[in-house]
Design a protein around this ligand. Structure first.
Ligand code: SAH
Length: 234
């Protein structure tokens, strides 16, 4: 069975009980059989080979046969602080960020932002992280933070920090390659205000452009994520 199953709590003993959603998926969708060996992951870096020992419609139990730390993380840590678009575009962005290896996603509160990252929406996005991680075989869950203001984002920024802005300077690879950690800040469809851009520069962020076209929020986020995660690591 090539599917992967999420185990929220790393098993303390050899026995693993899958939660209701994963149990239903195993029992009803995958029609798992006793003795089948499936892959589980805990989102903290460990992968498990699990032999199924009980199959109920709502509760599937198995025994861990082996486990290993398997990292499929990108070449460096990347935090994206993004003024999220609305609805389905949010979920799509999260899924692609997980695939590309983004470490943390911070829903950014800006002057011209449209989506308010309420608790329920954040929970939905965290669920989307699990689904995407199952599919792309990533073993560390991308962290989705609560909404933060620019000031909060600046407070913990790494040396290599970029605010993306259409009229910024061309971005240089040379500064990214030696960085273990990068922060990229992406604005809403209405863009950052002049004050927000000035504030970012005062806090030491580089104001950078990805070219002369205006990109959607998702495109800008994925373009910088691709660049930062694809460059060779430090
Ligand atoms: N009219 C707005 C466009 C906003 S596009 C403006 O002029 O700022 C939404 C966000 O995507 C921007 O705030 C920026 O962070 C990012 N973005 C879009 N196109 C970009 C480009 N060519 N270079 C860098 N960032 C870009």
């Amino acid at each position: 069975m090539s599917e992967r199953f999420f185990i929220e709590y790393p098993p303390k003993a050899a026995e693993v009980t899958f939660d209701e959603a994963e149990s239903q998926h195993l029992a009803k969708v995958m029609r798992a059989n006793l003795g089948d060996v499936v892959v589980g992951f805990d989102g903290k870096g460990t992968e498990y080979q699990i032999e199924l020992t009980t199959i109920g419609k709502k509760k599937v139990v198995g025994t861990v046969r082996s486990q290993a730390e398997v990292s499929r993380e990108a070449s460096r840590r990347l935090t994206l602080a993004v003024a999220l678009p609305k609805g389905d575009r949010q979920r799509w962005l999260v899924e692609k960020c997980v695939e590309l290896g983004v470490t943390r996603l911070v829903p950014l509160l800006t002057k011209r932002g449209v989506a308010q990252p309420v608790e329920k929406a954040i929970e939905r996005l965290r669920r989307a992280v699990v689904e995407a991680s199952k599919q792309c075989e990533r073993n560390h869950l991308m962290v989705v933070e609560q909404g933060q203001s620019l000031e909060e984002v600046f407070a913990s920024r790494p040396a290599a920090s970029y605010l993306l802005h259409p009229s910024g300077e061309a971005i240089h690879h040379d500064a990214i390659v030696p960085a273990k950690e990068v922060l990229a800040i992406i604005g809403p469809e209405g863009g950052f205000t002049d004050e927000e851009v000035a504030e970012a520069a005062e806090h030491g962020c580089q104001i950078v452009s990805l070219g002369p076209r205006i990109l959607r929020v998702e495109t800008a986020a994925l373009a910088i994520a691709t660049l930062v995660t694809a460059l060779p690591g430090p």
